[in-house]
Write a protein that binds this ligand. Structure first.
Ligand SMILES: *Cc1c(COP(=O)(O)O)cnc(C)c1O
Ligand SMILES: [Zn+2]
Length: 430
């Protein structure tokens, strides 16, 4: 356990809980919980330059700012050996690419792409799963369950493989094949629930209670946000290499796709942590991008308050298809507290953006992730992003997970010919 972790606090009623008491949501009001740290103690005890000099490039090198250390036990047992160079204990440092062609096209000084499609299960969700599994291993949990639109589950199934933990997954019927294939091949028990992600979510809650499984559901498990914030640490560390300001440096703007709101909330927490210990000197403005066909959170944003009313989601972007965003309040705060905005992306715009990112920036992402690019373009057009800004676009999931959408995005480009050079000549227009 991190000695600087002081406990958890409710994001709604401010009730405080000890680390042992904090399992899921607030026992008093049902609000989501948030981990609290002694930032003055961390600032005093931890040297950021030494932290980043650690040859371990995994997310676990940020242990001083995480609730739990790397789950690889130091003992010399077969179980310890299983974990020591497992994806769970070694992943991190996803690439940060500079997208110069996009900078020129949109007239923005600097655009970076933080490519989390390169994590073990090819999505951002690995950051959250890792922290939940670390806690499960410490508690001796045998079974973890999760409801998911696909990536949380494929991530959990991937990172639990070979750890001895069984995974039970609840997905909606319309989950893309690539994600299902990942979940199944890694050995999870998969329930395809008749209904939406939200039906699967509630069933997983009930099953966890009934059968005493540990539940990774987004929003209700306070460890997912703590894992997700490692992306912010990596971004600032990677940007720190291109500046004189110190080991860590924050961008001006952060753009992220939003479904349940846990990714943007985790990124927000990560930047706030770094600001609280004095390792960065400002917060980026957050631009949250929701699907136009999953309107609940955008409506709450427009209303100006924090109450979120469920609204049926029908977008093709499975990763951000939530009727009732389970970490929506924290997503609203991430955007409002940093002076950012929410932007909506239509399905058609996401498909177009998949093609643009693939052709101009050499990254192949799924529709939910491409929403971030839609947000970048619209925020630039609205003047929310200015020409001299340094922007980081958070990429969240691989296009291979949803090949059907990729084929749809490139519809009509396949040219059928016979195996004759004449066909090529004629088609090319020689
Ligand atoms: C889960 C997911 C998101 C959105 O994350 P939330 O925490 O639900 O807001 C975005 N993109 C992809 C690819 C995802 O899997
Ligand atoms: Zn509460």
């Amino acid at each position: 356990m991190n000695p600087h972790l002081t406990g958890f606090a409710c994001t709604q009623c401010s009730e405080t809980l000890t680390v042992e008491q904090a399992v899921y949501t607030c026992p008093r009001c049902g609000g989501n919980l948030d981990a609290r740290y002694d930032y003055a103690g961390i600032a005093r005890d931890i040297d950021p330059a030494a932290l980043i000099a650690n040859p371990d490039r995994s997310v676990w090198r940020y242990a001083p700012l995480l609730p739990l250390p790397c789950p690889a036990p130091p003992q010399d047992t077969p179980e310890a050996a299983d974990l020591r160079s497992h994806p769970l204990t070694t992943f991190g440092a996803s690439p940060l690419y500079r997208a110069t062609r996009i900078e020129r096209a949109l007239d923005i000084r600097t655009v970076w792409l933080k490519d989390d499609s390169r994590l073990p299960s090819s999505s951002f969700k690995d950051r959250a799963s890792a922290m939940v599994i670390a806690r499960a291993l410490r508690a001796g949990v045998q079974t973890i369950c999760a409801a998911s639109t696909g990536n949380a589950a494929s991530s959990l199934a991937t990172l639990c493989a070979g750890t001895g933990i069984q995974t039970v997954i609840f997905v909606p019927r319309n989950t893309p094949e690539g994600k299902l294939a990942q979940i199944l091949i890694h050995g999870a028990r998969v329930y395809a629930v008749e209904g939406s992600y939200d039906d699967a979510f509630d069933l997983a809650l009930q099953a966890a209670r009934e059968f005493d499984w540990y539940n990774r559901n987004t929003g209700i498990n306070p460890y997912t946000r703590e894992g997700k914030k490692t992306a912010a640490f990596e971004i600032c560390e990677q940007l720190g290499r291109f500046g004189q300001s110190g080991p860590f440096r924050a961008p001006d703007v952060l753009v992220a796709p939003v479904g349940d709101g846990n990714i943007i909330s985790g990124l927000h927490k990560g930047f706030k942590d770094l600001l609280s210990v004095g390792w960065i000197d400002h917060m980026p403005r957050f631009i949250g991008v929701t699907a136009a066909l999953a309107p609940a959170l955008y409506r709450a944003w427009q209303s100006g308050g924090e109450s979120i009313t469920a609204a049926p989601a029908s977008t093709i972007a499975s990763g951000i298809s939530a009727d009732l965003p389970r970490d929506g309040v924290m997503a609203l705060r991430a955007v409002r507290q940093t002076g950012g905005v929410f932007v909506e992306a239509t399905d058609e715009e996401m498909l177009d953006s998949m093609g643009i990112l693939a052709r101009e920036a050499a990254v192949f992402v799924e529709p939910a992730c491409a929403a971030a690019y839609v947000g970048l373009v619209k925020a630039r057009q609205a003047g929310v992003i200015r020409p001299d800004d340094e922007v980081v676009l958070q990429l969240t999931g691989s296009g291979l997970k949803d090949a059907r959408s990729a084929l749809q995005a490139s519809a009509g480009r396949l040219i059928h010919i016979r195996a004759h050079i004449e066909d090529v000549r004629r088609n090319f227009g020689f």
